[in-house]
Design a protein. Structure first.
Length: 351
């Protein structure tokens, strides 16, 4: 039985990954290690909380003592590091928090795994550390071209710079210590359990509550959208078959402008749920500082080497996502209570 340490497993992508893996494999053990900050929610995993192959441990990836205890207690085969501060707006307001978690936390996790997995100067067989990163480390694209794994890192925000720094540390552990590692860099994920500070759940939630929908600048910033289950499938394939030391880009080939996303959600809700929801909710606000214009990923490498491809067309995935949030209003109300409204008002309403 293989044992996976999934850090940040109560967050959006991490919780979807745990659901995916426990559904696919009957003979694995997953340890979910999560600090449970504002974006981490055990409600995301309540349906598997009693699964005998699932263990939750609350903790911070910066806590080396607690990490060491985990590795001493369990024979961990794989580490998948989802744990990160990930919201660009928050990083602009408080960069240091992102450096602590995303950079120093990654180093603490790498160090602990390296020490636990080394025997007489050699790494034990069958171990691997996988760093879940982002296409934002590459910076911004013009109207044409795509990010490949050979694109130089050119991050612009404190968030993406912290992720780029973490990626370089992971690479350094491979180059210096020959530690078995991989890095995955994904495009914008969407799907169930995403904290509603992000674009798609924010728009759905604001439509449901007839609240203004903030759109940065002219709304024409372009992102490549990837359904979260397709991302989970890719990570699983990289863990099992990815070439050691390599990075893999994971993209959905679904480039859309932000305003297209917003209008698509409004249109669906208007036509199928509430005819009083319309584009009058859209409110253009001052553009984000350092706002990258376009991201686009070339996933040729992971397709050619591992046979992965995105299975979910955006037009299908966005409807599935809208329906999930509308069908799970209790979950939404739980995660948006209290501090979320204050955050929303501070970030958007007063602009």
């Amino acid at each position: 039985m293989k044992t996976y340490l999934v850090t940040g497993g109560a967050g959006f992508i991490g919780s979807n990954f745990i659901h995916y893996m426990l559904k696919k494999y009957l003979n694995i053990k997953i340890i979910n290690y999560d600090k449970l900050t504002y974006a981490g929610n055990l409600e995301n995993l309540k349906f598997i909380s009693k699964n005998p192959n699932y263990i939750f441990v609350q903790g911070d990836i910066c806590d080396r003592e607690k990490l060491q205890q985990l590795f001493e207690k369990y024979d961990i085969d794989y580490v998948i590091n989802f744990a990160a501060e990930s919201h660009v707006d928050r990083s602009i307001r408080d960069p240091e928090v992102f450096v602590k978690t995303n950079v120093l936390g990654t180093v603490a996790l790498l160090d602990t795994a390296k020490n636990a997995w080394t025997l007489e100067g050699e790494f034990k067989q069958g171990k691997k550390y996988l760093q879940v990163s982002t296409d934002e480390v590459y910076g911004s694209l013009g109207k044409e071209g795509y990010f490949t794994e050979k694109t130089p890192l050119d991050s612009h925000s404190p968030y993406s710079s912290s992720k780029a720094s973490a990626d370089l540390m992971v690479k350094a552990y491979f180059d210096t210590y020959k530690m078995p590692v991989n890095i995955t860099r994904c495009s914008n994920n969407y799907g169930p359990y995403q904290f509603p500070e992000k674009l798609i759940p924010l728009v759905i939630n604001n439509c449901a509550n007839k609240r203004d929908i903030p759109v940065y600048g002219d709304g024409l910033n372009i992102r490549d959208w990837l359904y979260v289950e397709d991302h989970c499938k890719a990570i699983d394939m990289v863990i099992n078959n990815g070439k050691l030391g390599e990075a893999y880009n994971i993209g959905g080939h679904n480039e859309r402008t932000n305003i297209y996303i917003v209008k698509t959600i409004i249109s669906y809700i208007h036509d199928n749920v509430d005819p009083y929801v319309d584009e009058n909710l859209i409110k253009y606000v001052e553009d984000r500082k350092g706002h990258d214009r376009r991201y686009g990923i070339d996933p040729t490498k992971i397709k050619d080497e591992l046979g992965w491809y995105p299975e979910t067309e955006f037009e299908d995935g966005i409807i599935k996502t809208i329906k999930w949030y509308l069908d799970n209003k209790d979950w939404m109300n739980n995660v948006t209570s209290g501090d979320y409204k204050k955050y929303y008002d501070r970030m958007y309403k007063n602009k």
